[in-house]
Ligand binder design. Sequence first.
Ligand code: NAD
Ligand code: ZN
Length: 369
Amino acid sequence: RPARLPVALSANPYEIVVGSGLLPRAGGLMAAHLPSRRVAIVSDANVAALHLPRLRAGLEEGGFDIRAEVTVPPGEGSKSMAVLERVLERILAAGADRGTAVIALGGGVVGDLAGFAAAVAMRGMPFVQIPTTLLAQVDSSVGGKTGVNLGAGKNLAGAFHQPRIVLADTDTLNTLPARELRAGWGEVAKHGLLQGPLWEWCEACGPAAMAGDPEALRHAVLESCRLKAGVVVEDEFETAPEGGRALLNLGHTFAHALEAECGYDGTLLHGEAVAVGLGLAASLSVRLGHLAQEWPGRVMEHLAAVGLPARLGDLPRGFTAEALMGRMRKDKKARGGAMRFVLLRNAGEAFTTADVPPEAVEALLRDEG
Ligand code: NAD
Ligand code: ZN
């Protein structure tokens, strides 16, 4: 039986359903959460070829009327204003009304794009997330952030738009390329470090999950969603001055600098950058006297055990400390404040701070690079 995780947002409470065999039952699972049985499905070409037939059957069996099936090209390039416009035109040309739900079937790209389309079409259509990558199941489908990229930067046009229900069918992960599955684990490991006991579970069961063990994957998705949903409920719009959603950026100050240096060219998947970022965040926490010495080794050993890059030297290209510092300074300027880091006192005890001497960060990058 699938697990049901309530997300107790005051204005829009909803449920995350995690388990196997959900696509063929999608109609029955969704019906009570939607205002009508009219839907439009947005997917990408890879996912549509593999999983759309089962979703279609599950919706038809539940008496749903599929008004449109919109398939976009796979990849980050589809998170654009041009593709957004095409998706909106297709949905509206199919006679969708404000009671028609937009369903995102795919990874984070499709979820962010379709969610933004649902947020702005007729000032808001009901939205359903059916995430099909590990990253989307453990991270991007939870929290209500939607959007597309602009020339000025990633995710710069967007909206908060919460789904009516999330169906995380772990069967869909069976067809995911191994590298994409491992990249999703970068965010699971992050959630483990933020949560505490989940970290020890990751160390024990991460390799089994990466080998495709369905029970381990189900547990990883469920507990990641529990952690992220708890944080989101406390800080829905990312306005908490300290802590709150900002804690989810553990490892990300470094990860964003690495990704920016690569120019989002596919050399580095986001979860791979996050993995290296987690090791660096643990090392920085030790150098600043917050965390016990053993931790960076422990974090990197786990990342290596699941096949993720654990340190800068594991990445396919080199990065200079100067270049990464430059990226982090730019990032900080874009956010209009000081360079902020999420650091650890222990697994389960993260905190945000702007009180990090840049020389300490630069020395770390020089020593590790
Ligand atoms: P993705 O959506 O590009 O999917 C990765 C690849 O896997 C694609 O080629 C896709 O076609 C393919 N794929 C997806 N599901 C598959 C399946 N079941 N079987 C076979 N192939 C499959 O990438 P992603 O890593 O899922 O998401 C990355 C995006 O998520 C980024 O744009 C990022 O900004 C966004 N994101 C958003 C949030 C948020 O809170 N909204 C959080 C984190 C990341
Ligand atoms: Zn991330």
